[in-house]
Design a protein around this ligand. Structure first.
Ligand SMILES: CC(C)(COP(=O)(O)OP(=O)(O)OC[C@H]1O[C@@H](n2cnc3c(N)ncnc32)[C@H](O)[C@@H]1OP(=O)(O)O)[C@@H](O)C(=O)NCCC(=O)NCCS
Length: 399
């Protein structure tokens, strides 16, 4: 790798030969120091604030993990109860936001609906002019609490179902499923969603977290930063991959068709395998291992379509992991198996990117809060390769 020897007279970082160093896609570039998340991409380990993802998945709950990520330490019981109560108090959506939800065309992608309503909430937040640390924390709790309500109401409005008020006796995951389906979830369904929210809560400097932090670094407002994060998440190279992975399984159709589909589409290099590959992991994503096990259990317990999805996914994964993809470090990522778990919760695929956002708003918040404590506007360069000093020709003389 080229060694940086410092900025030249244009401000470009140059290597020993004086050539500007261009890291396309900011690959391997550190934009700051952080204490939130560590991804060990070569051995497939992930830590939130120093804790292994496997331990959080086994012992924690979404609310506790959210507290850990935002405040930097595991809460005491009292701190967790206060935090959870605070979230419960903020779940209701104001009538004006419900009216906006009803105005949006019903065929709008749910993640775009979420982006729009989050943006609207920023205009009516009682702390919208408060730029203090405490004000930012209040806004964050309000938004983390309201996102599940926005998603559930989007689903219910487009299906002409009555809106279900949040139930303060239920935790974050239970209450979401209750508002979405209109009935209390089984404890196993609620636990599966809670687990998924932990696994999706944070992932270092991914595109959406970076987008959010770039916006926050201009000293813009919290809601604008989150709207930017949601916008970045919506692309299928990032969060929308969960939806596209399910589309891919649908396109394959049956386990018998997997090998032909893989050989013709992926091995020929005509297309990418969705749910595979990662900028940082060059081995199996540890979150995908947990989702794989959860999907296996769901398939065993439920049968039907869930089993069919599982069998297609399993066969496709086996073939991909035995192929030349792994020579390039392309392995299963988090979005490969998670859709099957969400499907088993009775949630339609179009909503899976919103579930990702429902969890990841925590990580975005943690990064925004950390970065602006010691802010520096994020303003990288392009290495200019075009011409300069060109002669301006008036429009009528251009031929
Ligand atoms: C996640 C992703 C965008 C990372 O991209 P990246 O770090 O920029 O990697 P690159 O696009 O530079 O890919 C490097 C090489 O691997 C190949 N590659 C990467 N992901 C691939 C995939 N899923 N299927 C097939 N080939 C893939 C590229 O074609 C490229 O090959 P080349 O060197 O022969 O040109 C990429 O792996 C991808 O598109 N995955 C599919 C979408 C997905 O699952 N997204 C969710 C991510 S959590």
């Amino acid at each position: 790798m080229a060694r940086k020897v410092g900025p030249d007279e244009q401000g470009w970082c140059v290597d020993v030969s004086g050539e500007p160093i261009v890291n396309k896609g900011l690959r391997n570039v550190c934009v700051d120091e952080s204490k939130i998340c560590f991804i060990d991409g070569s051995s497939g380990r992930l830590f939130y604030r120093g804790y292994r993802i496997e331990d959080l998945a086994k012992y924690s709950c979404f609310e506790e993990t959210a507290y850990l990520l935002i405040y930097g330490k595991l809460p005491t019981r009292e701190e967790l109860n206060n935090f959870s109560d605070h979230l419960k108090e903020e779940r209701e959506l104001p009538d004006s936001a419900i009216r906006i939800l009803k105005l949006i065309q019903k065929d709008t992608n749910p993640i775009e609906v979420l982006r729009t309503v989050v943006s609207f909430l920023g205009t009516i937040d009682p702390d919208k002019h408060d730029r203090s640390r405490e004000g930012r924390h209040r806004k964050a709790i309000r938004l983390i609490a309201k996102i599940p309500t926005i998603i559930a109401y989007t689903y219910r409005i487009r299906n002409e179902l009555e809106l279900i008020s949040p139930d303060p006796t239920l935790n974050h995951a239970e209450n979401f499923l209750y508002m979405f389906h209109g009935e209390k979830p089984s404890s196993s369904s609620a636990k599966e969603l809670d687990l998924a929210l932990i696994l999706y809560a944070e992932h270092e400097n991914n595109a959406s977290a970076f987008a959010a932090v770039v916006i926050a670094s201009t000293l813009s407002d919290y809601y604008s930063a989150i709207v930017g994060g949601i916008g970045a998440l919506r692309g299928f190279l990032h969060g929308y991959a969960i939806v596209e992975a399910m589309n891919q399984f649908d396109e394959i159709g049956t386990p018998d068709n997997v090998e032909k589909w893989f050989n013709e589409g992926i091995l020929t290099g005509r297309r990418r395998l969705i749910g595979f590959g990662h900028r940082v992991y060059k081995t199996y994503d540890p979150r995908a291992k947990i989702f794989r096990e959860c999907a296996r259990k769901c398939a065993k317990e439920n049968g039907g379509n869930i089993r069919k999805y599982y069998e297609i996914a399993k066969k496709l994964e086996d073939i991909a992991l035995a192929s030349k993809l792994t020579e390039k470090g392309i392995y299963t990522n988090v979005d490969y198996w998670s859709g099957i778990v969400f499907y088993s919760l009775g949630i339609p695929p179009a909503f899976y990117c919103t579930l990702f956002a429902m969890a990841r708003v925590v990580g975005w918040t943690a990064h925004i809060l950390e970065y602006i404590e010691n802010n520096k506007i994020i303003r990288p360069r392009y290495y200019y390769k075009g011409e300069i000093e060109k002669k301006y020709i008036p429009i009528d003389e251009r031929g």
